[in-house]
Design a protein around this ligand. Structure first.
Ligand code: DGI
Ligand code: FE
Ligand code: FE
Length: 191
């Protein structure tokens, strides 16, 4: 799929702000792919498409978690998590994009998971550090993103877990799995 086609398909699904966020994620993802010898075209496409399902109604998504056979435990966690796995399926169903690498990157862009592919890490990190974002501690993540993809992802997951805990929110198991898995890249990973 051409990037212009993906943009055309995504734009009507999103608000103007969210669409612009998606374009910044695409640009950041392409930059990271070049830096880390990843798939640049796929990174850009996945960036454009990653939030495709962001504004789908909660009723529809709750239904689709069942009909698409997605993990039922998603329903016990914040609905913010749903757009990622549902978007990964909808880009195929509604846009005709059948590309496992891109679909995994979309599926895990919110939580991460253990054993993320390079493309999954790139999208996860690009979504966190795109220039429109402003989280506490983001400058450190942006700096580390220039030299160490795994460490930057670890920092992003750690910050997200800390944020969720400070809000007394639940943390989805894949988020912990991402944290634990990425820990092997820091401190020798044995602590
Ligand atoms: O869709 P975006 O806003 O661009 O970004 P995103 O898909 O990374 O979603 C971010 C939100 O998801 C943010 O409010 C934190 C939340 N989140 C990430 N991991 C978890 C989580 N929320 C819960 N409850 N549990 C998680 O593990
Ligand atoms: Fe998202
Ligand atoms: Fe996003």
């Amino acid at each position: 799929m051409k990037i212009s086609k993906a943009m055309e398909l995504v734009e009507p699904q999103l608000t103007k702000e969210r669409y612009e966020h998606s374009l910044r994620v695409a640009k950041t993802a392409r930059y990271l792919a070049k830096l880390y010898d990843g798939p640049e075209e796929k990174a850009e496409l996945a960036g454009v498409l990653h939030d495709y399902a962001k504004y789908r109604s909660l009723e529809k998504m709750a239904e689709e978690i069942k009909t698409f056979n997605l993990p039922a435990d998603l329903l016990d966690f914040h609905s913010e998590l749903w757009h990622a796995p549902i978007g990964a399926i909808l880009v195929e169903e509604e846009c005709g994009l059948k590309d496992e690498d891109i679909q995994y990157a979309i599926r895990y862009h919110t939580t991460g998971r253990a054993n993320m592919s390079k493309l999954e890490k790139i999208i996860f990190l690009a979504d966190y550090i795109e220039p429109g974002r402003n989280f506490p501690g983001i400058e450190e993540v942006r700096e580390v993103a220039e030299t160490n993809l795994e460490y930057a992802c670890w920092l992003a997951v750690r910050n997200t877990i800390n944020y969720l805990i400070s809000k007394r929110a639940k943390v989805y198991p894949d988020t912990f799995h991402a944290y634990n898995d990425l820990s092997k890249h820091i401190n020798g990973g044995n602590e």
